[in-house]
Write a protein that binds this ligand. Structure first.
Ligand code: NAG
Ligand code: NAG
Length: 218
């Protein structure tokens, strides 16, 4: 019977954080009016001039409409290099437990960039950096641009774990290039979700206690 009892304990442990304050991100779906150098309501420009896009752009110079993320609606597009500059957007988020571990997930894509006049298929491998109160807190997986300008863009799940520096802090997403030569990557992002990670030390202690108990009973 004890394996079932252990499961119950684990379930009630992971349910415990629900009693804590819940993190709040305003407009996590990045829904807003399409435009150059504008970010959706609830967000602000952090550096450079990210854009709010739908399938047509702005800056989709390819013959293929951009596939929308599974989150739907508009998304944010930003270009970034590996060195300086780059585009980012931010929001002051609230409701976090200082020192607690959270997982931020989102949809991300590498859009590439078709030069508007000479047709070159530009853009490099890229990713998103998470900046909390101006400090680097993590990076998403590196994505490559579509092989051809006629290929549809592909969305995948970006995941960054971070420790909340305070109950409320500035959360910025910054487009970065993995190319050391200084050429830019053009990334898309959409659909944020943030969750408290159940305390691993507590779970491990309970798992260990469960094993010890089961050994003793045998
Ligand atoms: C098109 O313009 C870009 C940006 O100036 C440049 O890097 C690229 O080499 C140009 N392509 C051609 C085919 O001239
Ligand atoms: C654009 O692509 C062309 C052709 O591949 C390349 O020669 C050029 O360096 C690229 N320019 C930029 C700014 O990425």
């Amino acid at each position: 019977m004890h394996p079932i009892r252990t499961l119950t304990v684990v379930a009630s442990l992971s349910a415990a954080p629900l009693c804590a304050a819940s993190p709040v991100i305003i407009n996590p779906d990045l829904t807003g009016p399409v435009g150059i150098g504008v970010v959706p309501p609830g967000w602000s420009l952090w550096t450079g001039s990210p854009d709010t896009c739908d399938a047509g752009g702005p800056f989709n110079n390819t013959p293929t409409p951009w596939v929308l993320s599974p989150n739907g609606g508009t998304f944010v597009r930003a270009g970034g290099t590996s060195t300086v500059g780059g585009e980012g957007f931010a929001q002051v988020v609230t409701g976090f437990t200082p020192g607690a571990l959270y997982t931020l997930t989102f949809f991300q894509t590498n859009l590439g960039f078709e030069h508007p006049t000479n047709g070159s298929w530009n853009g490099t491998d890229g990713y998103w950096d998470l900046m909390l109160d101006g400090s680097h807190a993590g990076s998403s997986a590196v994505l490559t641009k579509p092989t051809l300008n006629t290929d549809p863009i592909a969305w995948s799940i970006g995941l960054i774990n971070f420790v909340a520096p305070a109950a409320s802090f500035e959360m910025a997403l910054w487009s970065r290039s993995a190319d050391p030569s200084g050429l830019a990557a053009y990334m898309g992002i959409d659909g944020f979700d943030v969750r408290l990670v159940p305390a691993p030390s507590g779970l491990a202690a309970f798992a260990f206690a469960g094993i010890a108990l089961s050994r003793r009973r045998r």
